[in-house]
Write a protein that binds this ligand. Structure first.
Ligand code: DAT
Ligand code: MG
Length: 166
C-alpha cells in the first residue's frame, strides 16, 4: 500500500496548491544597508512561501532601466534608478499559493505612511523613495521581471516538507 493510500491527506503539491505562483522580491539598498535582510526573508519563510531563487547583487543602470521601464517619464524615475543602483540588493524568487497577492499585502502600501503596521513597509520604512522592498504587482509583471534577475538554471522548484501543512 502506498503512502498516499495510508495517509489520505498527503496529496501532490499540484493537487494541494490550486494557484501556485512565482514572484520577484527585491530587498532594496536601504534595507541591505540597515541590516534588515534576515528579518525580511524570515517573514516570507514564516508565511510559508518557498524560496525558489536567492542572490545578492548590485544593479547597473541597464538592469534598473529594464525593471522600471513602466515608470519611464515619471518625476521620480531618475531618483529611483539612482537609489536602486546605489548599493547591493537581495533578489528573491518566492513560490507559493497566490504568492503575488500575499507578498504585496506583506509589503504594505507604496507610501510607508499609508502602510499598515505589521507590513514590511509599515514596520521598517518612512519614505516612499526608500521603501525597503519591491514585489511584482501582477502575474504579467512577475513574468516580465523574474528573467531580469534569474536564469532558469538559477531557479529551483521544490516541495518543502512544511507545505504539507499549508
Ligand atoms: P510599488 O513599489 O509599491 O509597486 P510603484 O510600482 O508605483 O510602487 O513604484 C515603484 C517605486 O517607485 C516605489 O516602490 C518607490 C518609487 N516611487 C513611487 N512613487 C513615488 C513617489 N511619488 N516619489 C518617489 N518615489 C516613488
Ligand atoms: Mg510596482
Amino acid at each position: 500500500m502506498s503512502a498516499t493510500q495510508t495517509q489520505p491527506n498527503i496529496k501532490s503539491r499540484d493537487q494541494r496548491f490550486s494557484n501556485l505562483q512565482r514572484t520577484l522580491v527585491l530587498i532594496k539598498p536601504d534595507a541591505v544597508q540597515r541590516g534588515l535582510v534576515g528579518q525580511i526573508v524570515a517573514r516570507f519563510e514564516a508565511r510559508g512561501l518557498a524560496l525558489a531563487g536567492l542572490k545578492l547583487l548590485q544593479m547597473d543602470e541597464q538592469r534598473a532601466a529594464k525593471l522600471y521601464e513602466p515608470h519611464v517619464g515619471r518625476p521620480f524615475y531618475d531618483g529611483l534608478v539612482k537609489y536602486m543602483t546605489s548599493g547591493p540588493i537581495v533578489a528573491l524568487c518566492l513560490e507559493g499559493v497566490d504568492t503575488i497577492t500575499v507578498v504585496r499585502k506583506m509589503m504594505g502600501a507604496t507610501k510607508p505612511a499609508e502602510a499598515e503596521p505589521g507590513t514590511i513597509r509599515g514596520d521598517f520604512a518612512q519614505r516612499v523613495d526608500f521603501n525597503i522592498v519591491h514585489g511584482s504587482d501582477a502575474p504579467e509583471s512577475a513574468a516580465r521581471e523574474l528573467p531580469i534577475f534569474f536564469g532558469n538554471d538559477e531557479l529551483v522548484s521544490h516541495d518543502p516538507s512544511y507545505t504539507f501543512f499549508l
